[in-house]
Design a protein around this ligand. Sequence first.
Ligand SMILES: C[S@@+](CC[C@H](N)C(=O)[O-])C[C@H]1O[C@@H](n2cnc3c(N)ncnc32)[C@H](O)[C@@H]1O
Length: 381
Amino acid sequence: MATPILRGARELLKLVDFTPVPRRHRFKKKWATTEPKFPASRLALQNFDMTYSVQFGDLWPSIRVSLLSEQKYGALVNNFAAWDNVSAKLKRLSAKDFVNEAISQWKLEPESGHSATPSPGFSPNLRCFTFSKGDVSRFPPARLGSLGVMDYYLMDAASLLPVLALGLHPGDTVLDLCAAPGGKTLALLQTGCCRNLAANDLSTSRTGRLQKVLYSYVPQEIREGNQVRITSWDGRKWGEVEGDTYDRVLVDVPCTTDRHSLHEEENNIFQRSRKKERQMLPMLQVQLLAAGLLATKPGGHVVYSTCSLSHLQNEYVVQGTIELLANQYSIKVQVEDLSYFRKVFMDTFYFFSSCQVGELVVPNLLANFGPMYFCKMRRLT
Ligand SMILES: C[S@@+](CC[C@H](N)C(=O)[O-])C[C@H]1O[C@@H](n2cnc3c(N)ncnc32)[C@H](O)[C@@H]1O
């Protein structure tokens, strides 16, 4: 018999069909062996053109050209290295710590209408350098520092926003449900707030990559103490295994990884052989978010995130899951307002201003980060 999560997710699936039929495949094929290859990245672009031109209207051409262009990176300073020297080195490249610049700016502008959020409740101690809007300089590769760990981690700077939004406090128990290859896990550890951190990913090869990241960036005593636990379980079952346990949960789900899907053939979710998997994504996302919420203590917080522009994988999943938890488990979940992120980080990112719930960073040629969708929820009961 289907579980409640499965039934709710099926309802959501009725709304979804991601698969446009490529023009040249509309006719019955005679000679499968001579059939020209249709690259998955082209299928991805066709799909995005169909769905995102409707979703974003006039904004789509500029997002499209940005997605097809080189992305920008941020350098997350490793607090376990000599972070002050590393920051000084990054400043000499004319990069800026976008997190702390934005927070200082925020504090300088008390009159600018953010009285509803007196101070942004960000996870602390995160330092991430980016080049200014319009500056397409690149960071040199990270190097091993004097303390035996790497000095910074290069990542899409927008990937830091879900971690900032989680609002960690010292002593929190934290779950990173879909953690590999580990950029956000590393950021969670940088906050210095995790009493313990469970980092999980279904894929054993990807948890191997996560282990390597932690090995290169985090000192042995933290990796091997009680503080970090790495597992390779199916995250959908987490609510049953460790319900009502965590203060903060990050649910950074598998998605259509829009930028990757336009550039790489390998492991591309738009490969024809992965059609079923692609169609099932929103269902998997609902199940993972539901499991993350069930694993959270009442009163605790969850951030759901994707690197897709698709409303079906973003706000529909959030709204569908909240409804599902209310109907099937009588659990109340409230979406938290993150609209102040748009104001605080407007010098670094472009945000889409019309999400029904959550925030979405859209790629732009002047600030080619994202896409990154994130939504914060509080489990009330
Ligand atoms: C977007 S990636 C996570 C990226 C990661 N949070 C980071 O910042 O580096 C999504 C991950 O979900 C994992 N995944 C897929 N299905 C899963 C499941 N049922 N349970 C747990 N993890 C799953 C994939 O292996 C993939 O590594």
